[in-house]
Design a protein around this ligand. Structure first.
Ligand SMILES: Nc1nc2c(ncn2[C@@H]2O[C@H](COP(=O)(O)OP(=O)(O)OP(=O)(O)O)[C@@H](O)[C@H]2O)c(=O)[nH]1
Length: 618
């Protein structure tokens, strides 16, 4: 059966893989109980850790050697030789602990550079050995008072901040290391521990270098809790001296020597069973296990909360798409339909924009028609010119039939411009609505490629509809030229006769040809009359076109867009191979990364929950 500590170790490793080492709200990492080792420089921190492990494996040297947190997970194995594994070097077993030391150094430099800066990204090291207890310790940089050569001025403060960020978490057990040959009141570790844990309930005091105390003095006051009271008993330690390290005294004999020291010490003999690094390791392991047991309900609650939040986020950014082509096709068609729904809402008034089409018919088209240069075209002078040219060598006898036709044809030609302009204006409105609809289709947001494909297909379809619209409105204009409404002229003629009769009764002189004897005035009157007749006819044509152009445009462009904007695209998608469908569903890489991350986290949390369930209640 896995131990509780082993379980937490596992979750801790998974957190590191996911880049969760605290700092972003309530992370799982922060909820996991851990033991952080703090102490001033040269207080004996490394020695305690190595002694607990029973191996030399920590970098040594002058200055600040520990510059990144080292998460040290100890796993007890029943038999076999010791080995170590780094999380950042997967599947490599280190049996040579000198190589472990070198790897810690190299990995530290990899993040901090040779600049001797510090970093809060932890290095994760697991050691498997029959000589350890299950325990996780976090080695932190030693608290220092002065920056040494080559280190930034801020290093003193940076280290304190980093250490503080670990020990101030309520789930952190503080292993405060102080050397016995220094006044406990001035111990950096105790000062910091007092600050973040004033009641001393999560601080374990460790006193090193008992063997180095001045002759005639002892540390009973500290070890028996009189100098500085903590909730847990103090543990005294005797590590290897520098001379012993230099002589390569091995750890097992160092442990034995330490045991002998306490057993034979006149000062600490009565405390011997509760002193030494082996005892410390067991004490911590037991305590850590009990803390974990207490915390399990809150860890499970946090895991559940995280799972809920991640699921909600997954729903928001969209679940992963299935890989078979049927499902891909289905997804693409769903997206298209979602887009079409939004587009139709724009046209039908559920969303803004469709009204701009009516604006084209109600405002733009009439304004353009009004601006057409009929005054110039039907001026007396131009009428005379056109009519005379149409007559040729033989001037017309009664009415200039050819002249009329030419004048009417010429005038109707002017309608082509506004007719085409209406088609274009509506085309641009529709194109803009496509763009807007793409942007507003929530479901499409995650698929930039598909969005672009749909936009391109819709625009291509609109282009075809525009061509159809253009042909149709021009045809309407041409139809007006091809057959004139003869009735209009007959009526006009009859009316003019009636007017003449009425006038001659009232005023017989008016019955005569227009006043003045000369022919010029007669001709002027005659051409003006032709001009005004044509103008009246064109006015009628204009009214007709003002109504029929919008009908043609709506029929060819708007209704077709509403009904069959993506028809061609559907046919095209249906013929695509699986690879092409997959490519269409390409997502924003950032989003995909985020989803993968969420999926990984979800997996972590779910498996953590299952494992806790399996272990915790046994
Ligand atoms: N005699 C004796 N020497 C000790 C004891 N503990 C540590 N030392 C020596 O004190 C020196 C510093 O010990 P380290 O374990 O390197 O201390 P540290 O706190 O890790 O030091 P930094 O990593 O430099 O901050 C070494 O030379 C150790 O041999 C002890 O209990 N007795």
């Amino acid at each position: 059966m896995e131990s509780l500590i082993g379980l937490i170790n596992k979750i801790q490793r998974a957190c590191t893989v996911l880049g969760d080492h605290g700092g972003e709200g309530m992370s799982l990492w922060e909820a996991l109980p851990s033991v952080a080792v703090v102490g001033g420089q040269s207080s004996g921190k490394s020695s305690v850790l190595e002694s607990v492990v029973g191996r030399d494996f920590l970098p040594r040297g002058s200055g600040i050697v520990t510059r990144r947190p080292l998460v040290l997970q100890l796993h007890k194995i029943e038999r076999g030789t010791d080995y170590a594994e780094f999380l950042h070097v997967p599947r490599k077993k280190f049996t040579d602990f000198a190589a472990v030391r070198k790897e810690i150094q190299d990995e530290t430099d990899r993040i901090t550079g040779k600049s001797k800066q510090i970093s809060n990204i932890p290095i994760q090291l697991s050691i498997y050995s029959p000589n350890v207890v299950d325990l996780t310790l976090i080695d932190l940089p030693g608290l220092t008072k002065v920056a040494v050569e080559g280190q930034p001025e801020t290093i003193v403060e940076d280290i304190e901040n980093m250490v503080r960020s670990y020990v101030e978490k309520p789930n952190c057990i503080i292993l405060a290391i102080s050397p016995a040959n220094q006044d406990i009141a001035t111990s950096d570790a105790i000062k910091l521990a007092r600050d973040v844990d004033p009641t001393g309930e999560r601080t374990f005091g460790v006193l090193t270098k008992l063997d180095l105390m001045d002759k005639g003095t002892n540390a009973q006051d500290v070890l028996e809790g009189r100098s500085y009271r903590l909730q847990h008993p103090w543990v005294g330690i005797v590590n290897r001296s520098q001379a012993e390290i230099n002589k390569n005294t091995d750890m097992i004999s160092a442990r034995r020597k330490e045991r002998e020291y306490f057993e034979t010490s006149p000062d600490y003999g009565h405390l011997a069973s509760k002193m030494g690094s082996e005892y410390l390791a067991k004490l911590l392991s037991k305590h850590l296990e009990s803390v974990i047991r207490q915390r399990i309900p809150s860890i499970i609650a946090l895991i559940n909360k995280n799972i809920d939040e991640l699921n909600a986020e997954l729903d928001r950014i969209g679940r992963p798409i299935a890989v078979d082509s049927g499902a891909q096709l289905y997804t693409i068609l769903e997206m298209c339909r979602a887009f079409e729904r939004v587009f139709k809402e724009h046209l039908d008034g559920g969303r803004p924009g469709g009204d701009r089409i009516y604006g084209v018919f109600d405002h733009q088209l009439p304004a353009a028609l009004k601006k057409l240069p009929f005054d110039r075209h039907l001026s007396t002078k131009n009428v005379q010119k056109v009519v005379s040219e149409a007559d040729g060598y033989q001037p017309h006898l009664i009415a200039p039939e050819q002249g009329y036709r030419r004048l009417i044809d010429g005038s109707i030609g002017f309608f082509r411009g506004p007719a085409e302009a209406s088609v274009d204006a509506v085309h641009f409105v529709l194109k803009e609505l496509v763009r807007k609809s793409i942007a507003e289709t929530e479901e499409l947001k995650r698929f930039p490629t598909l969005s672009a494909d749909i936009a391109a297909a819709a625009t291509e379809a609109l282009e075809k509809f525009r061509e159809e619209g253009r042909k149709t409105v021009l045809r309407l204009v041409d139809m007006e030229s091809s057959y004139l409404t003869v009735e209009f002229f007959r009526k006009l003629h009859a009316e003019s006769d009636r007017n003449m009769d009425r006038n001659s009764e009232k005023n017989p002189e008016k019955n005569a040809p227009p006043p003045g004897p000369n022919m010029d005035r007669y001709a002027d009157y005659h051409f003006r009359k032709i001009g005004s007749n044509v103008s009246a006819y064109i006015g009628m044509v204009c009214d007709t076109l003002k109504n029929s152009i919008p009908k043609a445009v709506v029929y060819c462009q708007v209704l077709t867009a509403k009904r069959s904007l993506l028809n061609h695209f559907y046919a095209h998608v249906g013929r695509q191979e699986k690879e092409r469908l997959g490519a269409m569903l390409d997502e924003d890489p950032q989003l995909m990364e985020r989803r993968t991350m969420i999926a990984k986290r979800l997996e972590l949390y779910k498996s953590a929950r299952d494992e806790i369930d399996a272990v915790a209640w046994k």
